[in-house]
Design a protein around this ligand. Structure first.
Ligand SMILES: [Zn+2]
Length: 275
C-alpha cells in the first residue's frame, strides 16, 4: 500500500522531540499522564511548558550519563551546556557546585572495583516495541546481550530516604517512588521485542552526597509483572485522551492546573485533600 504520509523514523536525534512522543509512548510520558492528564496533554500539544521545574537534576543526570557513554558524547554535552555547568559559562572558571558533586559520583563509580567490569555493553540503545497495542520507545543506558543484562544509571539525593506516597499511604524508597520497577519492566519487554533476547535489569544508583553512596539494585519479577498490569489497566484511557476521544482529567494541584484555577467551587474545610 502506498501512502502519502511519510513514516516517522525514530533516531537518537529526534528521540527527545514531541514528534517522537506523538508516535511512541514512553515511561516518562506515561508517568506524566498518570500524574495529571490535563498538564501532560497540553505539554504534548506544545501548548504548555512547565517553566517552574528545576532543570538542574536533569542536566546533572545527563552529565553523568554522557561521561559513561563515551568521551566524545561527554565533550559534546559539556560544549552544549557551558552556561549551565561552568561558572560564568567559562570552563576556565571551574565547574558550578551543583555539578562538582557529579564529578564525585563519577569518581566513586570509577574507583569501585566492580563497576567498570559490570557496566560493559552498548550505550544509549534505542529500543521500540508494542505494549498492549500501543507503540513504545525506550533508551537503555547500557545493554549487554551476551550476558543478558542491561543497566540503568540513576543519581539520587540519598539512597535510603523515604518518599511519602499519598496513593499508598506509606513511605516508599526512591526507586519505588520514581517507578523504576515500571521503567525496567518496559525496557525488558522492548529489548525482547527489538533483539529477541530476555535480559535482566540492574539499576546502579549513586547518591549526590558529600560522600556518595552506591548500590546495585535488582528488580523482583513480581514488581515488573505488577507494573505491566498497571500499564494494561491505565493505557486505554490515556491513549484515548491522547487521541482526543476522551477528556483529560485535571489533578488540580500541579502548576498547569493552578494557572487555570478559579474560585468556581467552594470546598468544605474538612475536605481539603492533603498529600
Ligand atoms: Zn494538574
Amino acid at each position: 500500500m502506498i501512502t502519502a504520509e511519510k513514516k516517522f523514523q525514530l533516531t537518537p536525534n529526534n528521540y527527545y522531540t514531541n514528534e517522537a512522543n506523538w508516535h511512541y509512548q514512553s515511561k516518562s510520558w506515561f508517568t506524566k499522564f498518570e500524574e495529571c492528564e490535563a498538564e501532560a496533554l497540553a505539554e504534548l500539544k506544545g501548548e504548555y511548558k512547565d517553566t517552574s521545574s528545576n532543570d538542574t537534576p536533569l542536566i546533572a543526570g545527563n552529565y553523568l550519563h554522557s561521561y559513561f557513554e563515551s568521551k566524545e558524547a561527554h565533550e559534546t554535552f559539556l560544549e552544549s551546556h557551558k552556561k549551565d555547568i561552568f561558572k560564568y559559562g567559562n570552563p576556565e572558571k571551574g565547574i558550578k557546585n551543583d555539578y562538582l558533586i557529579i564529578e564525585k559520583c563519577i569518581n566513586k563509580l570509577n574507583k569501585d572495583p566492580y563497576f567498570p567490569r559490570l557496566y560493559q555493553g552498548e550505550k544509549e540503545v534505542i529500543v521500540t516495541g508494542e505494549i498492549y497495542g500501543v507503540n513504545w520507545m525506550g533508551k537503555v543506558d547500557c545493554l549487554d546481550l551476551n550476558r543478558k543484562l542491561f543497566f540503568d544509571l540513576k543519581t539520587v539525593d540519598k539512597i535510603h530516604k523515604g518518599h511519602w506516597s499519598s496513593e499508598q499511604h506509606k513511605k516508599l524508597n526512591f526507586a519505588q517512588s520514581r517507578q523504576y520497577d515500571m521503567q525496567m519492566a518496559i525496557y525488558k519487554e522492548l529489548i525482547k521485542q527489538t533483539f529477541g533476547v530476555e535480559c535482566e535489569p540492574i539499576i546502579i544508583a549513586v547518591s549526590k552526597e558529600k560522600e556518595p553512596d552506591l548500590m546495585a539494585i535488582s528488580i523482583p519479577q513480581y514488581l515488573m509483572d505488577f507494573s505491566m498490569e498497571q500499564i494494561k489497566e491505565k493505557q486505554p484511557h490515556i491513549q484515548a485522551v491522547i487521541e482526543g476521544e476522551e477528556k483529560p482529567s485535571a489533578c488540580g494541584r500541579c502548576s498547569y492546573c493552578r494557572a487555570n484555577k478559579t474560585l468556581d467551587v467552594i470546598t468544605p474545610l474538612d475536605e481539603i485533600e492533603i498529600e
